[in-house]
Ligand binder design. Structure first.
Ligand code: G3P
Length: 214
């Protein structure tokens, strides 16, 4: 399973990358705005840190605007993946950009039918937002199971990025369901590494080791 970081914070990305297990980065306009820095500068910096897809999202809503933005973004670095919202205009833009060999990620996916359209348009990735579905009192991970089954039925190569991950259980489910990628806030990456019994075990081992010396 691949792990992407879902942040536009360069310090967090440097920290995550230093672990040696980060395969890519996803950003969105909200995450970029949170940093209060120039969009292209941030994206270029991220591309220098992580050797994998770096997702940069378009903000135009019309197909032509998305295509123009996408073409400009992909010039920033070979690893740029153009992130496009799931609309009819977006699907048309994905068809064109994918046809030109640009990596695309269809985002804000909330149904299996949206994911089917994205795959048919040639999207490299789809991003179903599991946390936001959970927020509606519906099981977000059910959508991952449905999309996985549909892609398997027809041999679509579009990879599933489980997005809007809020907690470690979402990551466990991503792995159990066999989804391709989990994109995580840095906090969840830290939570994955921690277990109180590990800390207690280390403490006991060191205590016993020291007692041998006295
Ligand atoms: O990967 C999508 C993510 O950035 C959205 O997360 O927590 O705002 O639903 P959230």
């Amino acid at each position: 399973m691949k792990i992407f970081l879902d942040t536009a914070n360069v310090e967090e990305i440097k920290e995550g990358a230093s672990w040696g297990i980060v395969d890519g980065v996803t950003t969105n306009p909200s995450l970029i705005a949170k940093e209060g820095r120039d969009f292209e500068t941030v994206i270029k910096e991220i591309c220098e840190i992580v050797d994998g897809p770096v997702n940069a999202e378009v903000v135009g809503l019309k197909t032509e605007e998305m295509i123009t933005e996408g073409r400009k973004l992909r010039e920033l670095h070979d690893n740029i993946c153009v992130k496009i919202p799931m609309t009819v205009d977006g699907i048309k833009a994905v068809k064109v950009l994918s046809g030109e060999g640009t990596m695309t990620n269809v985002t804000l996916i909330f149904s299996s039918l949206q994911a089917l359209l994205a795959a048919k348009a040639g999207a490299t990735f789809v991003s179903p937002f599991v946390g936001r579905i959970d927020d509606m009192a519906m099981p977000g991970m059910d959508l991952i199971a449905d999309i996985s089954q549909i892609y398997e039925n027809y041999g679509y190569e579009t990879e599933i990025i489980v997005a809007s991950i809020r907690n470690p259980l979402h990551v466990v489910d991503t792995a159990l369901y066999g989804a391709d990628i989990a994109t995580l806030p840095m906090k969840v990456l830290h939570q994955m590494a921690k277990h109180p019994l590990t800390d207690r075990g280390i403490e006991q081992f060191l205590k016993d080791w020291e007692s041998m010396k006295s």
